[in-house]
Design a protein around this ligand. Structure first.
Ligand code: NAP
Length: 317
């Protein structure tokens, strides 16, 4: 594994909206900044067709906002580098950021690795993944033109993506385990008004059925225990998200569910290690809140690096 001897002021891990904003704030404060990303910049925004709750834009296509944020983040010299981070090792005044092929050094690290879609954990889900089972309506919706798809879940993602799928599918059936949606009211209203959307309430998917590709789902009503087979060409699963934080468990900064805990400055209990956006233990996970976290962390990292420099100079290190 190659060691890179340059010591960055800040390394941002993950270049979603939070990471890109942290990169912008840190580099604009003249910090030597690198943003490490293992996918494409923008994170989950790239899987979002229309973002209409990010202030300043009536509506913007997710990948377009990603590119605008990348331009903003790199204009003051922040580097954008491919890297799949495996671990951070805290050596107090310096942090080692270990990727699959290199070790980078930084005075401060900002973790912005986001979250990923939870699996439902039923028979057929893994077998038909990519053959009718999907976690991304924007990526796969067009394959279901004039077809019937089910969407599993009752949160913002299930309802928003369910409505999005109606531009392709003839019919979208949202299957929810309760009789009330968790999604924001405005999203619920859109779904209730859309003639192509119907609901199966109080029900869970027990199995995804298929023959080479999805042909239906077996559904159980949790109130009366009755099961039924729903014919469908696709099953979109939106049953929540899990933090991308396994690589940081050795720092003991995650709670029991894996979300990273921070103070109001986005600093974890390890001095110089910050966490922002969806991976953080927080109450609202939106582009806007990730951006807010990123600006706070970029600024706090600047303060941290300046104080560290002063202390090291005082002690002639
Ligand atoms: P979520 O808010 O956690 O909702 C998950 C949904 O899946 C809930 O309705 C839950 O049911 C259901 N569920 C969980 N486990 C299940 C299981 N095993 N079987 C069946 N159903 C199950 O997750 P999300 O919708 O993916 O959203 C994640 C975060 O992103 C949220 O903070 C959300 O606000 C945000 N987001 C925002 C937007 C937007 O602002 N436009 C869009 C997408 C996502 P219960 O309701 O019974 O718990």
């Amino acid at each position: 594994m190659e060691d890179i001897k340059t010591i960055y002021d800040v390394i941002v891990i993950g270049a979603g909206p939070g990471g890109l904003t942290a990169g912008l704030y840190a580099s604009r404060s003249n910090l030597k900044t690198m943003m490490l990303e293992k996918g494409i910049p923008g994170g989950q925004m790239n899987n979002t067709a229309e973002i209409e709750n990010y202030s300043g834009f009536k509506s913007i296509v997710g990948p377009d906002l990603s590119m605008k944020m990348l331009e903003g983040a790199t204009q003051f010299g922040a580097e954008h580098v491919y890297g799949d981070v495996q671990e951070i090792v805290d050596k107090e005044t310096v942090k080692e950021v270990i990727t699959s092929d290199k070790t980078y050094l930084a005075k401060a690290v900002i973790i912005s690795t986001g979250a990923e879609h939870k699996r439902l954990g039923v028979k057929g889900e893994a077998e038909f993944n990519g053959r009718g089972v999907s976690y991304c309506a924007v990526c796969d919706g067009a394959f279901f033109r004039n077809k019937h798809v089910v969407v599993v879940g009752g949160g913002d993602a299930a309802v928003e993506e369910g409505v999005y799928l109606t531009q392709f599918a003839d019919k979208v059936t949202i299957i929810h385990r309760r009789d009330k949606l968790r999604a924001q009211k405005i999203l619920q209203d859109r779904a209730f008004k859309n003639e192509k959307v119907d609901f199966i309430w109080d029900s869970v998917v027990e199995e995804i059925i298929g023959d080479g590709k999805v042909t239906g789902v077996e559904v159980k009503n949790v109130k009366n225990g009755e099961t039924s087979l729903i014919d469908a060409d696709g099953a979109f699963i939106y049953v929540g998200i899990l933090p991308n934080s396994n690589e940081f468990r050795s720092l003991s900064i995650t709670n029991e569910e894996g979300w990273i805990e921070t103070d109001a400055n986005m600093m974890t209990q390890v001095p110089g290690v910050f966490a922002i956006g969806d991976v953080r233990d927080t109450v609202l996970r939106q582009v806007a809140t990730a951006v807010g976290d990123g600006s706070v962390a970029g600024n706090a990292a600047y303060q941290y690096v300046e104080e560290l420099k002063e202390q090291l100079e005082k002690h002639n290190v």
